[in-house]
Design a protein around this ligand. Structure first.
Ligand SMILES: NC(=O)c1ccc[n+]([C@@H]2O[C@H](COP(=O)([O-])OP(=O)(O)OC[C@H]3O[C@@H](n4cnc5c(N)ncnc54)[C@H](OP(=O)(O)O)[C@@H]3O)[C@@H](O)[C@H]2O)c1
Length: 249
């Protein structure tokens, strides 16, 4: 039986990835900042552990408690939307701390066992925003572009040890609470700076995001992670969702 450890399983993609691999008969270590035992089906193959990707002690404890794992999915992430002038450095650091440094820290904690066993897969959840410059997303896109670069460089070092590394690029998914959380953070920090308010309103106007535009569903991300985890011939970058596939084309 193979074991997968996933970060950020309390909601969204992480929760669905955990559910899918459980259905497939894998042992699933579903990690969350605040562990909950009531959101995934009860199973002898399921272990729910506390893991905050910003906390070195929490990472160490979770990896020790998880035992040997075969696949790591770095899924935990936070969103942010604002112009550069409306993004305090504290917020930039906050985004990188979770999306970029958190991904690197959890990967570092898992690599020794993969290298020693000469087996293992790391799947990093990035974003299709890294495929095309988009306004209001400079800090978030930078945090995810760094994940792409980190992943692609690390893959070269790990190839001699038969350790595989992939990056999944989901498109925009209104299905998860990700966008709402990012919007709440924006409002909590005062919204868009006045000189940019017309510009931002134009970007966010309904006509700029038609309701029939292609989007990404959790199932697309789950399928991409499954491909990354199980198919040695999968590409390094795997777009997930119709909008992401179109951008990558
Ligand atoms: N939805 C989209 O449009 C979209 C598009 C492209 C890429 N993505 C990426 O997909 C990933 C999952 O996002 P989602 O859409 O599923 O959103 P989501 O429902 O908000 O899930 C994000 C998850 O990350 C967790 N998390 C946040 N900070 C954490 C930390 N310090 N340590 C551990 N876990 C932490 C959250 O846990 P808490 O409940 O504790 O906050 C939550 O479980 C993210 O990396 C995101 O950047 C999303």
């Amino acid at each position: 039986m193979k074991t997968i450890l996933i970060t950020g399983c309390s909601s969204g993609f992480g929760l669905e990835i955990a559910r899918f691999f459980l259905d497939k008969g894998w042992r699933v270590v579903a990690t969350m900042r605040t562990p909950r035992n009531d959101i995934l089906p009860a199973s002898d193959n399921l272990e729910v552990l506390a893991l905050d990707v910003r906390d070195a002690g929490s990472i160490r404890a979770a990896i020790d408690a998880a035992g040997p794992i075969d696949v790591l999915v770095n899924n935990a992430g936070i969103g942010w939307m604002n112009v550069v002038e409306g993004t305090p450095m504290e917020t930039v650091r906050d985004i990188f701390e979770t999306n970029t440094f958190g991904t690197i820290a959890v990967t570092q904690a898992v690599l020794p066992q993969f290298r020693e066993r000469r087996a293992g897969v790391v799947v990093n959840i990035s974003s299709s925003v890294t495929l095309k410059p988009l306004p209001l997303l400079s800090a978030y896109s930078a945090s995810k572009a760094a994940v792409n670069a980190f992943t692609e460089s690390m893959a070269l070092e790990l190839e001699p040890f038969n350790v595989r590394v992939r990056v999944v690029l989901p498109g925009r998914s209104p299905q998860t609470s990700f966008g709402d959380t990012a919007r709440a953070r924006l409002q909590g920090q005062g919204g868009f700076p006045a000189p940019y308010s017309d510009f931002a309103a134009g970007i966010l106007a309904p006509r700029a995001q038609p309701s029939d535009a292609p989007v990404t569903h959790s199932a697309d991300v789950v399928a991409a992670v499954w491909q990354a985890a199980t198919d040695a011939a999968s590409p390094m970058r795997i777009p997930a969702g119709a909008d992401a596939v179109a951008l990558a084309g």
